[in-house]
Design a protein around this ligand. Structure first.
Ligand code: 6R9
Length: 653
């Protein structure tokens, strides 16, 4: 991408925070000024929300950038902060997790229960020879034991590395090798789409392949038959028989907490390393500030998988450190039917919902009448994460889920940032549909051009972070040089996130997708996000993914893969007409430069497990190539569906 990104769209709708929420908000407007006056003092104050065994001597050591140390010399135990201290405060009977299995079975886990389980799991890991600093792989379905396993590692200072329960033998084995892990915690399987889905066979193969693993702890969830080796131990025969007494020991603020692998665009996945004190400070504070959590009354639900960073920061560490009561759901949103999410909101009276744009667009596709059939009046704050949320999806979320009352927080962050960085505050910010708005108090972000100059309002370019932040990654596991090259080399003194963004006329930030996906059409840099949002703003469209395909005249041309909404007739002539209407609609909304050369009507899009569209694979289709690496696809049949069901108009004008 050359100098800047085109700024094509404009949005005039504004939504002020509800008055009652604003009046009682956990964090008010003065936080921005306070943080601006003394950023480090601001973060030290947030760190004091936690319980430290030994106070820190220095808030930030940034003497050797990009290697930061936060709360230097301080010591704490994260499991104590997420569990025991709430029990000691008399809150042992408070529900920590309302767990809902996909088949409809349920469990209620209080903070006392959690303390017992985490202590037992910690004792078992110690018996298996795991000591502080060892790496433990976690490959689990969405069951309470997944959170327990993470907290047990944190409790004894072991570094966990969670791998998505859908990933292949290959993915698991390379991560075991890279982290040199010695224990795997897994389950026989979990329920997905109405049936048991096995996990243990994948672990068996990965373990056999690497030869590194000494022990495998297996939770019995589905009861399906499993092969057994002498490394395997049942969770119910070990953890559940272990002593519930375990004295948590304090660890250094910079002690490694977890490694989480992100796929990256090339080659081997990057093991993003997070440490202890700074990470919990910022996950805890942002969860309190962005969701306005009132732990006595709120029921919080984050629909992410535990294998995504969102599950780490906003199911486990953030909410539990704040003493939240939360819902955890095992399965898919359409089992047994497409109302499952809303049935869960209604059943548990969920008041704060945190989900992803991909889900919101899927719900749009399924139709407005589905959420309309449930009582969603308990919802008071709605969150979004993972991708830019298109303005129309934002409006649908507000109307059909938030019922025009609940504010929406569009939260921008990354595995690397550990916590939310750019987001509205629900009691402060007047939001704009589709914008993540402004950096949170204590966070420095900017949009710059290729000369590293801040772009003026109305301009687009590269999103960078301008100041170190407490939950920043501390490196890439085993590869300092790659850490420097990937994030800190393109622009001197800035962290480069890899995303394009623009500032609108008020300076609010709009995320425009990965810069690798930017299309260069007749000399204009056009973001995929803006064209996708224009398509989604058409009443017949639920979802769209746009890529740039090589074109002899324009360099690249825009090719759009579009999913019509549930009630739309897209067959035969009606489909041809829709394609024509959509091309005109984009030209009218963004200008003729953004008119897609080609629109393909499809029923599915290729996505990762966290719901991000894999545009790389669509580029292969658009350029008639054979598909590249599909190992991180959530559903590998999707690409066949797309290739076989293509309906396309001839390129014209
Ligand atoms: C938390 C998470 C990070 C990438 C990030 C960006 C995209 C996430 C977003 C968003 C626009 C948002 N992203 N949140 N884009 N608006 N609110 O998603 O982490 O899986 O590491 O992905 O996701 O492109 O750079 P991760």
């Amino acid at each position: 991408m050359s100098e800047t990104l085109e700024n094509l769209s404009s949005e005039t709708r504004r939504f002020p925070p509800p008055a009652d929420l604003a009046a009682n908000a956990n964090v008010k407007a003065d936080a921005y000024a306070e943080a601006a006056t003394d950023r480090l003092a601001f973060w030290a104050k947030q760190a004091e929300r936690l319980t430290w065994a030994k106070p820190w001597d220095q808030i930030l050591d940034w003497s050797n950038p990009p290697f930061a140390k936060w709360f230097v010399g301080g010591e704490l135990n994260l499991a104590y902060n997420c569990v025991d201290r709430h029990v000691e405060a008399g809150l042992g009977d408070r529900v920590a997790i309302h767990w809902e299995g996909e088949p409809g079975d349920t469990r209620t886990v209080t903070y006392s229960d959690l303390q017992k389980l985490v202590s037992q799991a910690a004792n078992t890991l110690l018996e298996l020879g795991v000591t502080a600093g060892d790496r433990v792989m976690i490959y689990m379905p969405m069951i309470p034991e997944a959170a327990v396993a993470m907290l047990a590692c944190a409790r004894i200072g072991a570094t966990h590395s969670v791998v998505f329960g859908g990933f292949s033998v290959d993915a698991l084995a390379t991560r075991i090798e890279d982290a040199s892990a010695k224990v795997v915690i897994t389950a026989d399987g979990g329920y997905r789409r109405g049936k048991p889905s096995a996990l243990k066979p994948t672990v068996d193969e990965a373990v056999a392949r690497t030869g590194r693993i000494e022990h495998v702890l297996v939770v019995r969830r589905t009861g399906q038959e499993v092969a057994w080796t002498d490394k395997d131990q049942w969770w119910h025969e070990t953890v559940e028989q272990a002593s519930p007494e375990h004295q948590p020991q304090a660890f250094d603020s910079e002690h490694p907490l977890f490694i989480l692998y992100t796929s990256g665009t090339t080659g081997k996945p990057k093991g993003i390393l997070h440490t202890t004190g700074g990470y919990l400070t910022q996950t805890s504070y942002t969860h309190h500030a962005v969701f306005d959590l009132k732990p006595e009354t709120d029921v919080y639900w984050c629909t992410a998988d535990i294998g995504w960073v969102t599950g780490h920061s906003y199911i486990v560490y953030g909410p539990l450190s704040n003493g939240a009561t939360q819902v955890m759901y095992e399965g898919t949103p359409d089992t047994p039917d497409r109302g499952r999410f809303w049935q869960i909101v209604d059943k548990y009276k969920v008041s704060i919902l945190y989900t992803a744009p991909t889900l919101i667009r899927t719900m749009m596709k399924w139709g407005d009448d589905i959420p309309a059939g449930y009582d969603l009046s308990s919802l008071r704050v709605l969150g979004s994460v993972g991708e830019p949320i298109n303005p129309e999806a934002w409006m649908w979320y507000r109307q059909h889920v938030g019922r025009e009352r609940a504010p929406i927080v569009d939260t921008w962050w990354q595995t690397e940032t550990g916590s939310i960085m750019i987001s509205p505050l629900p009691g402060v910010t007047e939001t704009k549909p589709g914008s993540a708005m402004t950096p949170l108090p204590g966070i420095g972000a900017d949009v710059i051009d290729d000369q590293a100059q801040s772009v003026p309002n109305g301009g687009g370019g590269f999103l960078v972070l301008t100041e170190p932040w407490p939950s920043m990654l501390r490196g890439i596991w085993g590869d300092d040089q790659r850490f420097i090259d990937t994030y800190w080399s393109r622009f001197e003194g800035f962290y480069f996130a890899g995303d394009g963004a623009k500032k609108d006329s008020d300076g609010a930030l709009w995320l425009l997708g990965r810069v690798d996906d930017v299309m260069l059409v007749s000399g204009h840099n056009i973001s995929t996000t803006e064209v996708e949002s224009a398509l989604v703003s058409h009443p017949s469209v639920a979802e769209a993914a746009v890529v740039g395909a090589t074109d002899p005249t324009t360099g690249q041309a825009i090719v759009a893969f579009t999913i019509p909404r549930g009630n739309v007739d897209a067959e035969g002539d009606a489909g041809e007409q829709l394609i024509k209407d959509l091309r005109d609609h984009v030209a009218k909304t963004l200008g003729p430069i953004a008119k897609p050369r080609q629109i393909l009507l499809v029923t599915e899009l290729p996505k990762t497990r966290s719901g991000k569209i894999m545009r790389r694979l669509l580029r292969d289709v658009a350029e008639n190539r054979s598909l590249g690496d599909v190992t991180t696809l959530q559903d590998s049949t999707v690409m066949d569906l797309i290739s076989s069901g293509l309906k396309t108009a001839k390129p014209e004008d």
